[in-house]
Write a protein that binds this ligand. Structure first.
Ligand code: 13P
Length: 247
């Protein structure tokens, strides 16, 4: 449902030099036309990326401040993201939830504020290994979804990224069946709790150890509408393979 969407989350990686090389590789890559392609550099490099990357690729931030900018030392506001040409922001990433300690309510507020300013939200959800093993995968994902749903006035500019924490940066990708099962559950949740229209229109992308070799199998699944890619997005040619896995 919806146009295939592939995001590259560069996380806290890169230097001016390595990013310049990555941009050249991305600019040179042949990308399937019918895919939304987005890269999310660290804040410091957004301007560099925006000024040198092809218009074919949109730019996202990896986080944003929860409200209007001002006296918030060390934060970056949505207004500033807009000023530098960011169309998207990744929110609720597991690294921010579990390492930095952001909670559902805070993330929901961030999402609502970004949307109010016209910036799209890549809204991450996903369970820890112990939660999966305890049979709580759906409960955890639904609770995280509810926090977004309670906070946002509209789902028009939201992409949901299902990223099981045990699959992130571990090389242990979810099987296509495991990912599909959760994506279907998320869509059902949206249908019951938001609307049938939002359920069918909202893109649900998968993240967690996606690479050039496993993307094709995942992309075949009906409810996998794209990917959020970490490590493999730092290599231009491999990221292009993932973009081009659209079926
Ligand atoms: P990896 O692709 O490195 O597992 O990271 C996934 C991720 O967290 C994307 O946001």
């Amino acid at each position: 449902s919806g146009k295939f969407f592939v995001g590259g989350n560069w996380k806290c990686n890169g230097t001016k030099e390595s990013i310049s090389k990555l941009i050249s590789d991305l600019n040179a890559a042949k990308l399937e036309p019918d895919v939304d392609v987005v890269v999310a550099p660290p804040f410091l490099y957004i301007d560099q990326v925006k000024n040198s990357i092809t218009d074919r690729i949109e730019v996202s931030a990896q986080n944003s401040w929860v409200g209007k900018g001002g006296a918030f030392t060390g934060e970056i506001s949505v207004e500033q993201l807009k000023d530098t040409g960011c169309k998207w922001v990744i929110l609720g990433h597991s690294e921010r939830r579990h390492i930095i300690g952001e909670n559902d309510e805070f993330i929901g507020k961030k999402a609502a504020y970004a949307l109010s300013q016209g910036v799209g939200v890549i809204a991450c959800i996903g369970e820890l290994l112990q939660e999966r093993e305890a049979g709580k995968t759906f409960d955890v994902c639904f609770q995280q979804l509810k926090a977004y749903a309670d906070a946002v006035p509209s789902w028009d500019n939201i992409v949901i990224a299902y990223e099981p924490v045990w699959a992130i940066g571990t090389g242990k990708v979810a099987t296509p069946e495991q990912a599909q099962e959760v994506h279907v559950a998320v869509r059902d949740w949206l249908k019951k709790n938001v609307s049938a229209e939002v359920a069918s229109k909202t893109r649900i992308i998968y993240g967690g150890s996606v690479n050039g070799s496993n993307c094709a199998e995942l992309a075949k699944k009906e409810d996998i509408d794209g990917f959020l890619v970490g490590g493999a997005s730092l290599k231009g040619p491999e990221f292009a393979v993932i973009v081009n896995s659209v079926t």
